[in-house]
Design a protein around this ligand. Structure first.
Ligand SMILES: [Cu+2]
Length: 93
C-alpha cells in the first residue's frame, strides 16, 4: 500500500513538472471605458490556472499567462464572456 502511495505521489510530481505556462492574447473589441479592463482582469484572474493577466483598453486586448493543465483558451474566453465582454483569441501574424 505504501508503495502505491509513493507511485501516485511520484506521478503527481512529474505531472506538475511537465505543466507549462502558456501566454496568449485575447481581443476584447467591446471594451470602451476605463472600467472595462478592471472587470475583465478580475474575471480572468478568478479562473483557476491563470498566473497573470494584463488587460489594456488602448489595444482592446488581454495578455493572459496560464497553466495549460488547469485551464484552456476556451475557459478564458468563457470567463470574459460571462463578465460581459466577448473575446476571441488573437491570431499571431
Ligand atoms: Cu467600461
Amino acid at each position: 500500500m505504501k508503495k502505491i502511495m509513493f507511485t501516485i505521489l511520484l506521478a503527481l510530481t512529474s505531472f506538475t513538472a511537465l505543466a507549462k505556462p502558456q501566454t496568449i492574447t485575447l481581443d476584447l473589441p467591446t471594451m470602451d471605458c476605463a472600467m472595462c479592463p478592471i472587470t475583465v482582469k478580475m474575471a480572468l484572474d478568478k479562473v483557476e490556472g491563470v498566473i497573470e493577466s494584463a488587460v489594456t483598453l488602448d489595444s482592446k486586448s488581454a495578455v493572459v499567462t496560464f497553466e495549460d493543465t488547469q485551464t484552456s483558451v476556451v475557459a478564458l474566453v468563457q470567463a470574459t464572456t460571462n463578465a460581459g465582454y466577448i473575446s476571441t483569441l488573437k491570431q499571431e501574424k
